[in-house]
Design a protein around this ligand. Structure first.
Ligand code: LAC
Length: 218
């Protein structure tokens, strides 16, 4: 049986830092700082809430991380500006090769597995016209746990009814790759920016510069 391709979303299929443009329009000279701190706190809050057993969904976490970022960077915050910035998550830019690779993998089972809520992901896929390229969407919101907790990757196996060794998990996030590998998936780390793998006792099976190198597994 062919591998099942299971994709992370933010940072893997879509560029989370594409919010920088609107951030810069709204807060000149601060766009990059805001987009970087926003993503950092978004992930940090998901880890902290998982550790505390105090789950709220990723949409609320994303809003909280943005509010923290504006307060920390001391930029003017209005309900209208916050709403406009949060809505950028519905229109993130796919990476340049995303569509071509999903098209080339047309005969392979393609699944999304994400911290994002179903509502977040469905909007994002519809707005980018990529919704028809995936066989399933699985969100951690179903079990109210966050990656890289093993229970999250177990949800994928339960839903797809395939052995964990049949899954090729694709992410640009080292902590997500470590969580998936720790659970028993084969893992492909999409390392676009020549990052260093986190030293948490786990190595990816494959390290690729972008999604195009996945085609060798088709
Ligand atoms: C995702 C983010 C956390 O799960 O990368 O899509």
């Amino acid at each position: 049986m062919k591998k099942v391709f299971v994709f992370d979303v933010y940072g893997t299929l879509f560029d989370v830092y594409s919010v920088k443009k609107i951030c810069e329009e709204m807060y000149p000279e601060m766009g990059n700082k805001i987009s970087q701190l926003w993503r950092k706190k978004q992930l940090e809050y998901s880890f902290l809430r998982q550790l505390m057993g105090n789950y709220i969904d990723f949409f609320q976490i994303t809003k909280d991380a943005l509010l923290y970022t504006c307060q920390k960077l001391n930029v003017e915050v209005t309900e209208e500006k916050l709403k406009k910035l949060v809505e950028t998550y519905d229109h993130l830019k796919p990476y340049p090769e995303t569509l071509d690779v999903l098209t080339a993998l047309k005969n392979c089972k393609k699944v999304i597995f994400t911290n994002g809520t179903y509502n977040m992901i469905e909007k994002l896929l519809k707005n980018s016209n990529l919704h028809l390229y995936f066989d399933e969407i699985i969100s951690v919101d179903e079990i109210k746990q966050y990656k890289p907790t093993p229970m999250c990757y177990h949800l994928v196996v339960e839903r797809l009814q395939v052995g964990r060794e049949k899954i090729l998990f694709i992410s640009s996030n080292t902590w997500d790759i470590a969580g998936a590998k720790n659970f028993g998936f084969q893992t492909a780390w999409i390392n676009r920016n020549h990052e260093v793998m986190d030293l948490i006792g786990i190595e990816p099976d494959f390290i690729y510069k972008d999604l195009t190198e996945l085609l060798q597994h088709a």
